[in-house]
Design a protein around this ligand. Sequence first.
Ligand code: MG
Length: 383
Amino acid sequence: MGWSAVIVAAGASSRAGDGPKKPWRSLGRRPVVAWSLAAMAAAGAERIVLVVAEGDEALAAEAIGGLPGVLVVTGGATRALSVRKGLAALPDDDSASAVLVHDAARPFVRAAHASALLAALPAADGAAPALPVADTLKRIEAGSTVTASREGLFRAQTPQAFGLRTLRAAYAAWSEADGEPTDDAQVVERAGGRVVLLPGDPMLMKLTYPEDFAMAEALAGAQTLTRVAQGFDAHRFGPGDHVTLCGVAIPHDKALAGHSDADAGLHALTDALLGAIGDGDIGQHFPPSDPKWRGADSSVFVRDALERVRQRGGRLVNVDVTLVCERPKIAPHRQAMRERLAALLELPLDAVSVKATTTEQMGFTGRGEGLAAQAVAVVQLPA
Ligand code: MG
C-alpha cells in the first residue's frame, strides 16, 4: 500500500520560550523538522507534505536540503486547518493509499513507528501510538488538590495513520461547533471511525517547553547512525592536454583515459557515498559498457550517489579525498577543487578536504603511468 506523510510545522511554538519556532531550532546540528523529514523518507513515504507557517518557506527549503519528494504547503491559523491544507495537497486519485500525520515537534520518529501504524490500518480506520498515564493525576478544586483516576487514560502521540479517504471525509464532516481538535484521531472518532491505539514510545515525546530541548539534545546523538565508507579509483594517462580532477580541469601534457571524463577523484567519491549505504559501486550503476557515459561529466555520478544517500534519509557530514600522482601538481588547484566539491555536495567548505601525495616515484603513479584517488565519506543515517 502506498502512503504519504503530512508533517505539521505551522504552529506558533508559544510555550517553547524565546528563539526560533520549534521546527527550525537546531537539534543535533539539524533543524528539528529535518529529523521527521528524514525518518519519513527512510520509512518509504511516497510523498511528504510539509505544512509551514506563512513566511517560513525559506526555512523549510533549508531544512529539506536535497531530500526528494517533499512538497511545502502554507498552513492555516489552527492545527486542524493546517492538516486540511496538507491533505488537500495530496493527489485525489489516491483512494487506496494511507496517510501518516505527524507533528514536527516530535523529532525522534523512526521508520519502525511508521510501519507498525500502517500495518494496523487494514483492521481500523485509524491507528495512533499512545502511552498509559503513569503519574498520579491531580486537579485543583477550590484551592485544594483532588486525585483523579488514571484508569483507562492514555496520552496519544503522533504519527497517526489513516486511510487518506477516511481522514479527508472525517475533516470534511467536522464542524466548528465540535470545537478545535487536538489530534487527527479525534476527528476520525467524531465521524464514527474506529481508531486503535498501539503502544506508544517515550521517544515520540513532543518538544513543548524550553527544558524539553535540552533533554532532546542529549538524546539526539543516540538516534543517529554514523557510517564511514571509502572509495578508490585509478586511471591511466593517455594523449591530451588536460586532466579533470574533483571537477576541475587542469592543464597538463597528458589526459586521463576512461569511458567518462575519467575524473578519478569524483569516481572514488561516488564509491565512498555508495559504500556508506551499501548500494554497490559506480560500475554497477553506470556500466563502462554503456555508451551513454562516454565523456560524461562525472559530477552526474556523484549527484546520483548523493541522491541515493538522501533517499535513505541520510545526511552527508564530510568528505576527504586524496589524489596520488607525481604530476600534475595538485596544490595550486586544491582550493578550486574544494569549492567545486562543496558546491556539488552542498557541504560547507570546512567539511570538504582535498589532499595530494606522491608515491616517491614508486609504482604506476610514481612512473607517471596514471594517477589514483582515494575518498572517505561520513554519512549519518536515521538509527
Ligand atoms: Mg574511474
